[in-house]
Design a binder for this molecule. Sequence first.
Ligand SMILES: *[C@@H]1O[C@H](CO)[C@@H](O)[C@H](O)[C@H]1NC(C)=O
Ligand SMILES: *[C@@H]1O[C@H](CO)[C@@H](O)[C@H](O)[C@H]1NC(C)=O
Length: 615
Amino acid sequence: MALKTSSADSRTRSSVSIFIVVGLCCFFYILGAWQKSGFGKGDSIAVEITKQTDCSILPNLNFETHHNGAGDIVDDTDSKAQVFEPCDARYTDYTPCQDQRRAMTFSRDNMMYRERHCPPEEENLHCLIPAPKGYVTPFPWPKSRDYVFYANVPYKSLTVEKAVQNWVQYEGNVFRFPGGGTQFPQGADAYINQLASVIPIANGTVRTALDTGCGVASWGAYLLKRNVLAMSFAPRDSHEAQVQFALERGVPAVIGVLGTIRLPYPSRAFDMAHCSRCLIPWSANDGMYMMEVDRVLRPGGYWVLSGPPINWKNNYKAWQRPMEELQEQQRKIEEVAKLLCWEKTSEKGEIAIWRKRINADSCPGRQDDSLTMCASTNADDVWYQKMEACVTPFPEVNNPEEVAGGELKTFPDRLNAVPPRIASGSVPGVSIESYREDNRLWMKHVNAYKKINKLIGTGRYRNVMDMNAGLGGFAAALESPKSWVMNVVPTIAKKNTLGVVYERGLIGIYHDWCEAFSTYPRTYDLIHANGLFSLYQNKCKLEDILLEMDRILRPEGAVMLRDEVDVLIKVKRIASGMRWNTKMVDHEDGPLVPEKILVAVKQYWTTSDNSTSSE
Ligand SMILES: *[C@@H]1O[C@H](CO)[C@@H](O)[C@H](O)[C@H]1NC(C)=O
Ligand SMILES: *[C@@H]1O[C@H](CO)[C@@H](O)[C@H](O)[C@H]1NC(C)=O
């Protein structure tokens, strides 16, 4: 280890001068590139930049060229980087792990066919997913909440199927989202007002929410202005693309389903969970789905169920459903809620709200022999783990008033307060001091990023992903209503920190980057990854991870990779064949630091374009 570091140091030192030249030039290059691009433009921008920039004279001084001789850094056997071709146009909306044809080979029982079923490695595509012809950068927030370009999501079936429900309308070359939903005839705002009369949304107590079966995520879209971040999920449909609409609108969402596998979130994550006509059979499978919601709900968190079977007495005719069936469903739901010891706080019209107790002590009269506690000792070990009809135990408390797992400050105080999981020492290897240090470091890093890419923090990048989020320091430093960050904690990460991310009032998900992410192509504006490629170096092909990043990145979206220089050289080499403009930039502490930053911009190109925009 020591040997490796010192050799990296000497290599770095030998190239100081090159860094200065490349660095200076690239600073202006990058500045130019980002100032030129803007909202809703596209094609010809990159051509202009390539013509104007002086960097084109630099290839001989190029950092990687210089190092190609050092056999331990770059695999010399293949010195010409591979060029990746566009995939066929039929892959425009390809979601590898939720592919319709593969899905149909699985059972429909318990929605199993809509769960993640990833292609084996040898079936991975080694091509670039094309954008549809006429693709345009989405509108900036908040206009994107209400308008989506038809060219980006050319499916009209929703507008036809849901026409009477006021979800989405087609007008000229855009879809318009009037803020309605199946359950929101008066609009999402009025609906949220109803919830807010029971749930403390206004004073920052509720910050993170889960929308199960979200449709086009209007609920999440309208919660944003109340400072609530909702993670919405819905299965991939056979032809419509509801989650794609959500992300196109600039609202956090992933493809997902309550099926047979645990949800990819830690226990005690969400302050509120919500289902409005989400078609999840809550009363089925001995209440297993409600028990899974209970696992991810924070002690004291709320569960909202609106639509069938609530208020079945008045609605069974309108819903065209047998009265007895609905009555039995609600009875079952109430029974499971009682078993979970949720307190019914309100039922008004079609909206019912329950609250999870703050600890195990405050559950008088529950017959604990009637319930199965989950055997697994780690309620956060969920990746591809089978969901079971069992109850996740509360963390222990010392007195009846104590909130199990620790009380959270209201948002935004909780963003930088010490998260209870760290204060209690339940994240091995993370102390209060190292958490504070991590925050200081990310403030510094993000300030440096803003100097490299002036558009960071401006609203140009709305949907942001951090592929290896750690304690959420990057997202916390970037926190603003202009953007949101999907904090991914890799399943192979040494520290499971996603619970901490949620305790800070941020959202995220577990994922294994050897597989495709549960999202549509072109759904992120900015992708950040710290130490990701070092982490995955011997786990799967870096090329596959990069192609996946290219799939989920919007044309003209940006990438910021922070890693050891040797790893970044390999990455840069692969990326050079992927229609990305890349530049290596020094650490803000100077060229002697072996950690570098690789910045990249995905070129604008679409299907049936033979050429890329920089040629
Ligand atoms: C927020 O509002 C709720 C309901 O009105 C109240 O019970 C709670 O104490 C408030 N929390 C804070 C921190 O003000
Ligand atoms: C793309 O290339 C094919 C053959 O390589 C050619 O026939 C076609 O005209 C080209 N299309 C465009 C738009 O340049």
